[in-house]
Unconditional design. Structure first.
Lengths: 64, 151
C-alpha cells in the first residue's frame, strides 16, 4: 500500500529512527512501511495518523 | 524543522524502544550461549554412544540431574525466549517472524515425506528426529533472512 509517510517525516526533518521512537516501533518497521513493503496494523496506522494529526486515509492510499 | 522536544535526549518512546532493543539483543546472545551450553553438556557428559548431530541421539546417556538441567535449558531457549521476543516484537518483526515460522513449517511438512521416500529408494539414511528438528530450524533461519531482505 502506498503512503505519504516519508514525505511527512521529511517535512518534520525527522530521521527514521526518530519517527520509530515516536511510534514505539523499530526503525526497520518505519523503513518497510515507507517503501510500501509492509502494511502497518490498524492500531499502528492510528498511532501514525495521531502523530501527524491527520486521518489514516490522508496518509495511506490503496489506490495510489 | 527540528522538533525541540527531540534534541540529543531521546523521548520516552525512543528510550523505550532502545531499551526493548537492548533487551532483545541481550536475550538473543543469552539464548545462543545457552544453546551452546546445551550442546557442550550433551557432548561432554554423554555416557553412551549417542550423537545429537548424527542421528543416533537415542543412544545418548546422561545422568538424571543433567538430563533435567538440559531439558530446562531447552525449554528456556526454544520456548520461553522466543515467546518473550514475540511479545516484544512490533508489527514488522511479527510479519518477518510469520514468514520464518511458515518457512519452518513447510520445510518439515514437505521435508519429512521427501526424506522418507528418498530413504525408501536407498538414497539417504533413514529420517530421524534431530534431522527433522534441524530442517525446521535451518528453514526458519533461511526464511527469516529472506523476509528481512524482501520486506
Amino acid at each position: 500500500m502506498k503512503n505519504r509517510l516519508k514525505v511527512l517525516r521529511a517535512e518534520r526533518d525527522w530521521s527514521q529512527a526518530e519517527l520509530a521512537g515516536r511510534l514505539d516501533v523499530s526503525r526497520q518497521a518505519v523503513n518497510a512501511i515507507e517503501t510500501g513493503k509492509h502494511d502497518p496494523s490498524l492500531p499502528l496506522a492510528f498511532r501514525i495518523a495521531r502523530l501527524f494529526d491527520m486521518r489514516i486515509e490522508e496518509i495511506f492510499d490503496d489506490e495510489l | 524543522m527540528t522538533d525541540p522536544n527531540l534534541g540529543s535526549d531521546p523521548g520516552p518512546g525512543e528510550a523505550r524502544l532502545r531499551q526493548r532493543q537492548r533487551v532483545q539483543v541481550i536475550t538473543m546472545f543469552a539464548a545462543a550461549a545457552l544453546a551452546g551450553g546445551i550442546g557442550f553438556l550433551t557432548g561432554y557428559f554423554d555416557q553412551g554412544d549417542g550423537n545429537l548431530l548424527l542421528g543416533d541421539w537415542n543412544k545418548l546417556k546422561l545422568s538424571p540431574a543433567l538430563a533435567v538441567l538440559i531439558a530446562a535449558l531447552s525449554i528456556t531457549v526454544f520456548l520461553i525466549v522466543p515467546i518473550q521476543n514475540m511479545r516484544k516484537a512490533d508489527d514488522y518483526q511479527r510479519e518477518v517472524s510469520l514468514v520464518a515460522f511458515t518457512g519452518g513449517f513447510f520445510a518439515v511438512t514437505a521435508g519429512f515425506p521427501v526424506w522418507a521416500a528418498l530413504y525408501a529408494g536407498g538414497f539417504v539414511p533413514p529420517p530421524h528426529a534431530f534431522g527433522v528438528f534441524a530442517i525446521a530450524y535451518v528453514a526458519m533461519l533461511a526464511s527469516f533472512l529472506y523476509a528481512r531482505w524482501k520486506i
